[in-house]
Design a protein around this ligand. Structure first.
Ligand SMILES: [Fe+2]
Length: 215
């Protein structure tokens, strides 16, 4: 067993959350998401949310609860669990819906659902990017399933649509991080350019899997 596997096993035995493996190399999403951004975003930002979440629940009645349970009750637990539990959930989700040599268009049922909800794939992309652009400060834009239908929403900070505090609740199937830490090294203040590049690395296969479970 490798040392990181032993650490993972020990952490899971004492109920600490651990950093999920990045499903591709740091440079795999170039040129759309650059290597340095991935190194800092995954290795520093996500790690910090994770460490602070573990600290926030250590020795409390919330230790041992699943991440989903913590997120669902985030508003009633503590700001630290809301911010860092959200940060851990959101980033774990985000790495999975990105992939190298991805992008293109969705297929099958998801295409039909997008057309039904938004009129066309292009109209959906415009509305989703707009949700990201108009999120003031830091936060996320989401494509969610709500009451069996697709909707676009956005959340501030590290909130997400699974939280009790979310204005619009639903099951996320796609999300984009619009914190400056997600794009500033390459795009500086050009959030629109980052959001445009994002479409080249969307893992539609994973989004379709999320949709199949959520619909
Ligand atoms: Fe982030």
């Amino acid at each position: 067993m490798k040392s990181n596997q032993i650490v993972h096993l020990l952490n899971s035995l004492i109920m600490l959350f651990t950093l999920p493996a990045l499903p591709y190399a740091y440079d795999a999403l170039e040129p759309f998401i650059d290597t340095a951004t991935m190194q800092f975003h995954y290795g520093k930002h996500h790690q910090t949310y994770l460490d602070n979440l573990n600290k926030a629940i250590a020795g409390t009645p919330h230790e041992g609860k699943s991440l989903e349970e913590l997120v669902a009750a985030a508003g009633t637990i503590s700001p630290a669990v809301r911010n860092n539990g959200g940060g851990h959930w959101n980033h774990s989700f985000f790495w999975e819906i990105l992939a190298p040599k991805a992008g293109g268009t969705p297929t099958g049922d998801l295409t039909k659902a997008i057309d039904a909800a938004f009129g066309s794939f292009d109209a959906f992309k415009e509305k989703f990017a707009n949700a990201g652009m108009t999120r003031f400060g830091s936060g996320w834009a989401w494509l969610i399933v709500k009451d069996g239908k697709l909707e676009i929403s956005s959340t501030p900070n590290q909130d997400n649509p699974l939280m009790d505090v979310a204005e619009v609740k639903g099951q996320p199937i796609l999300g984009v991080d619009v914190w400056e830490h997600a794009y500033y090294l390459k795009y500086q203040n050009r959030r629109a350019e980052y959001l445009s590049a994002f479409w080249n690395v969307v893992n539609w296969q994973k989004v379709a899997e999320h949709y199949a479970k959520a619909k």
